[in-house]
Ligand binder design. Structure first.
Ligand SMILES: [Zn+2]
Length: 65
């Protein structure tokens, strides 16, 4: 039997380390965020992208429920 939630992965919060863009290898001191779709639709997606090369880093969904 395998139990979920028994992962040995530790999450360490490090505010002193700057992430690097996987596309252009430049340090990301800030990232750009852009919301997609009309504002009145619930559950709109937010797209995050690199300010240096404008390539998309990831998405997140924010639901207003
Ligand atoms: Zn980049």
């Amino acid at each position: 039997m395998s139990e979920p939630g028994s992962s040995p992965l530790n999450i360490v919060k490090r505010d002193d380390v700057t992430p690097i863009c996987p596309h252009c290898d430049k340090p990301l001191s800030e990232i750009f965020a852009k919301s997609q779709g009309p504002g009145f639709v619930m559950g709109k997606d937010t797209m995050y992208f690199c300010p240096h090369c404008s390539k998309v880093l990831g998405f997140s969904q924010s639901r207003m429920i």
